[in-house]
Design a protein around this ligand. Structure first.
Ligand SMILES: *[C@@H]1O[C@H](CO)[C@@H](O)[C@H](O)[C@H]1NC(C)=O
Ligand SMILES: *[C@@H]1O[C@H](CO)[C@@H](O)[C@H](O)[C@H]1NC(C)=O
Ligand SMILES: *[C@@H]1O[C@H](CO)[C@@H](O)[C@H](O)[C@H]1NC(C)=O
Ligand SMILES: *[C@@H]1O[C@H](CO)[C@@H](O)[C@H](O)[C@H]1NC(C)=O
Ligand SMILES: *[C@@H]1O[C@H](CO)[C@@H](O)[C@H](O)[C@H]1NC(C)=O
Ligand SMILES: CC(=O)N[C@H]1CO[C@H](CO)[C@@H](O)[C@@H]1O
Length: 500
């Protein structure tokens, strides 16, 4: 399992952030919250949030953008401080107050310091259910930062918005705390916890076909089959195929680490699809397809059929950018590309030093499930070896050595317990607007896996030609439709709200 698919949930807008022209109107606040909502003797910590109240008029709602599993500072300024953001649009339209909320154990919202030496017991309060109590506790005493007006849910309708894990949190929040949240916008809501989701790459596969890359998927399937045959046909062939791709020394990697490294080619899909902003997959496809002499793709295909999958695999392995991509992701020097440092091509998992990744990995290892599995034959576009077959959960063991043996982490993430506690894919609160991207790799763990594309239902919308968390992008046409539908619903829901 490589870092791309563990960080994935929110690393979707690695695009340049516009400078917040309204930056000075965003104020940061700190809420004092119990570390343990069930036992106040554990003490309190400070949870960070940001507020923009410049569009507020009495009677307007409070919008909370729940940032989820990252340091929220960047997102807070992007959504609250940028006059062209979706949030500022909502604030203007409804004369609301906007809040960006940082999740406990992320950024500066730390019950305990998070780093590689954090004792396991200090992660005890990093649970989905504890985190679901944080905003409701904060909301009770929330006041207009300048005018001091009571803006708690007793006097003001609250609306929670999120995507991916925080999209699931939006739905769960409305479900568990209807007294706090009057409405929710759940975008790409990954409500179902799951280990080794085999539909992830199936969606990538469907998306590639949807975007006109069917031939490329055929090529990649043939390559994957060839690679898997070589990996399973004795140590000599296995070593040879690893060296073919990543040079001398690559043979010391396990099948799992090697196969996961190859799957890096799909890492840009969920955030960028097959557009030219995706720096890997479309370029690799073109390279595999095109006959260098004539530029004729049909001809290339014929050539491949004649030469067979071994030749095709060799062509992939000789794609010039590949080793650079791997060296960058894994901080290796495979094939000795950098002549000023020694050759090193160890593709094994190492510990993430980034605090947000440490906390998120803890959540995955304890509750949400880790990894994505190979999509089913005959459509497999990734090696069957991307999952380890030794029964041990290597990501969790590597990141938190000894935690499973000490009983601080379960042997396997307790996905069933979490789904039972949250409702998982059966969560169905009222006043909730649901969306997902047509080719979102995470679509199968949302409640919209069966919904038709573009179907403009009252409270559900599948964004055509979109992937993960496209809803808040100002430039996406289908996101604009989604937000319009939400606004339409929200007007009705707000008209039904009554103070307590
Ligand atoms: C790392 O975490 C430990 C335990 O929580 C804490 O005592 C220590 O100060 C932290 N180190 C840094 C550099 O923040
Ligand atoms: C190694 O691969 C070649 C080419 O696919 C195959 O002919 C050969 O049988 C394989 N060797 C073993 C030991 O399976
Ligand atoms: C896919 O390959 C077929 C030949 O096998 C060719 O006729 C067709 O033009 C190719 N499609 C694209 C989009 O390159
Ligand atoms: C080669 O590695 C050194 C040391 O890590 C680094 O400073 C340098 O930028 C690298 N060179 C290139 C061309 O990436
Ligand atoms: C809206 O969704 C419901 C259930 O999700 C479905 O039964 C119904 O046909 C949809 N309505 C429209 C107009 O698409
Ligand atoms: C750390 C390191 O050596 N990275 C290298 C990976 O490969 C690219 C190009 O192939 C080099 O430019 C990097 O220096």
């Amino acid at each position: 399992m490589c870092v791309q698919y563990i960080t994935l949930m929110l690393v979707v807008w690695a695009v340049t952030v516009a400078v917040g022209v309204l930056g000075e109107t965003v104020v940061v606040g700190h809420a004092t919250l119990p570390i343990d909502h069930h036992d106040t003797s554990m003490g309190t910590y400070q949870n960070r949030y940001w507020v923009n109240d410049q569009y507020y008029r009495p009677g307007g709602p409070v919008f909370v953008h729940d940032v989820g599993e990252s340091n929220a500072e960047h997102t807070a300024h992007r959504y609250l401080g940028d006059s062209s953001s979706y949030m500022v649009d909502f604030l203007r339209e409804f004369h609301g107050v906007g809040i960006a909320w940082e999740h406990r154990y992320f950024g500066n919202s730390l019950p305990f310091p998070v780093n590689l030496t954090t004792p396991f017991e200090q992660f005890k309060y990093l649970t989905t259910s504890q985190a679901l109590e944080d905003i409701p506790a904060f909301a009770q005493t929330f006041r207009h930062p300048h005018a001091g007006l009571d803006l708690s849910p007793r006097t003001t309708p609250w609306v929670i918005i999120g995507c991916s894990y925080s999209g699931a949190r939006a739905a769960f929040s409305r479900d568990k705390h209807p007294e706090t949240f009057h409405a929710a916008y759940a975008a790409s809501p990954t409500v179902e916890a799951k280990n080794n989701d085999i539909m992830y790459f199936q969606q990538v596969y469907r998306g590639m076909i949807g975007y006109g890359y069917a031939n490329c998927t055929r090529n990649l399937r043939e390559i994957v089959q060839y690679v898997d045959n070589q990996l399973s046909s004795g140590p000599q062939n296995a070593s040879a195929i690893k060296r073919l791709f990543f040079g001398p020394g690559a043979e010391y990697n396990t099948h799992e680490d090697f196969a996961s490294a190859l799957a890096t080619i799909y890492s840009g899909f969920q955030g960028r699809g097959m557009t030219m902003k995706n720096p890997i997959l479309p370029k690799l496809c073109d390279y595999l397809e095109h006959n260098l002499e004539t530029g004729d793709s049909a001809l290339a295909r014929e050539l491949v059929l004649k030469l067979g999958s071994e030749a095709l695999t060799q062509r992939f392995a000789s794609w010039a950018p590949l080793i650079g991509i791997i060296n960058e992701s894994y901080r290796t020097n495979c094939a000795g590309k950098n002549i000023s440092v020694p050759l090193s091509c160890d593709l094994s998992q190492s510990r993430y030093p980034d605090p947000a990744l440490i906390s998120w990995t803890w959540m995955l290892c304890s509750e949400w499930g880790t990894g994505v599995g190979p999509n089913p034959m005959p459509d497999s576009i990734v090696s069957k070896y991307i999952i380890s077959h030794d029964g041990r959960n290597s990501v969790c063991n590597v990141q938190f050595p000894g935690a499973i043996d000490a009983g601080a982490l379960p042997p396997q993430p307790e996905t069933n317990q979490l789904n039972w506690a949250t409702g998982g894919r059966h969560v169905h609160p009222s006043n909730t607007f649901w969306t997902v991207g047509e080719f979102d790799p995470w679509r199968s763990v949302t409640p919209l896996s069966g919904t038709r594309t573009g179907e403009a239902n009252a409270t559900k919308y599948v964004l055509p030609h979109a992937e993960h968390c496209y809803d808040f992008r100002t430039t996406s046409p289908s996101a604009r439709i989604a937000r319009k539908l939400f606004v339409h619903n929200l007007r009705v829901w707000l008209s039904e709200w009554r103070p307590m």
